[in-house]
Design a protein around this ligand. Structure first.
Ligand SMILES: *Cc1c(COP(=O)(O)O)cnc(C)c1O
Length: 222
């Protein structure tokens, strides 16, 4: 089933868009089913679960960490994640930089833009992201010497109204263009938007990464 679901997604996915198979709450056997079908990029959102799965699974998996990350859990995640997509506060960003500098590693990150209507959702405002990228530019040995800014991540409003979702994606797409024009950061190439329910819309708005869980692994039991 996982294999068939994957094939279905790949049939619709433009070849240049990267698929993160979001395996949170699903056992390693399900991940292996996707792996055996050829999938190598997976996403997890809880540090504990992530740290327990990684050593049980093949080492050529490219792990994307996509959940809220507390600064006391960095060591569970940063040694193994190829990228942290969910940098959602200045406090976390500073802690990741510090961890990277102490451990001699440059951490690839996406900055999460607060996109949906939900106040409870995390993420930066546009202004905060501009602020961060201003200090990133031309400061190779400075504040963010051990962080590589790879792009933006966003989650649309959780609603069935696809015009709202479309407006959210249009907003982050326009903001990404604005940042590209203003800062021209060479590595800042990724736009991670789109989940099971809305990824075709995300593709129309410039997604370079989609994060798909339910449509591949089925419903999660919390
Ligand atoms: C769970 C999750 C997804 C995948 O959601 P589905 O609706 O199951 O595809 C994508 N992004 C983030 C940040 C998530 O936490």
């Amino acid at each position: 089933m996982v294999r068939d679901n994957l094939i279905k997604v790949y049939e619709e996915l433009p070849p240049e868009v990267k698929l993160v198979a979001v395996s949170k709450f699903h056992p390693c056997e399900d991940i292996m089913e996707a792996y055996d079908a050829g999938q190598r990029r997976f996403g997890e959102n809880r540090p504990q679960e992530f740290a327990s799965k990684v050593p049980q699974l093949p080492s050529d998996i490219e792990w994307h960490f996509i959940g809220h990350l507390q600064t006391n859990k960095l060591k569970m995640v940063l040694p193994y994640a190829a990228i942290v997509e969910s940098i959602d506060s200045r406090h976390l960003l500073d802690a990741v930089q510090k961890w990277g500098s102490e451990n001699g590693k440059v951490i690839d990150v996406l900055l999460e833009l607060h996109l949906g209507a939900e106040e409870t959702k995390g993420g930066f405002s546009e202004l905060e992201i501009e602020d961060i990228l201003s200090s990133a530019n031309g400061a190779a040995e400075g504040e963010f010497s051990h962080v590589r800014f790879r792009g933006l991540m966003g989650m649309a409003t959780n609603t069935d109204d696809m015009t709202v979702v479309e407006a959210d994606f249009a907003r982050i797409e326009a903001f990404k263009r604005h940042l590209d024009a203003k800062f021209a950061l060479p590595d800042f190439t990724e736009l991670s938007i789109g989940m099971s329910g809305d990824w075709p819309i995300a593709i129309r708005h410039g997604a370079t990464i989609v994060r798909i869980g339910t449509a591949i692994f089925g419903p999660r039991s919390y």
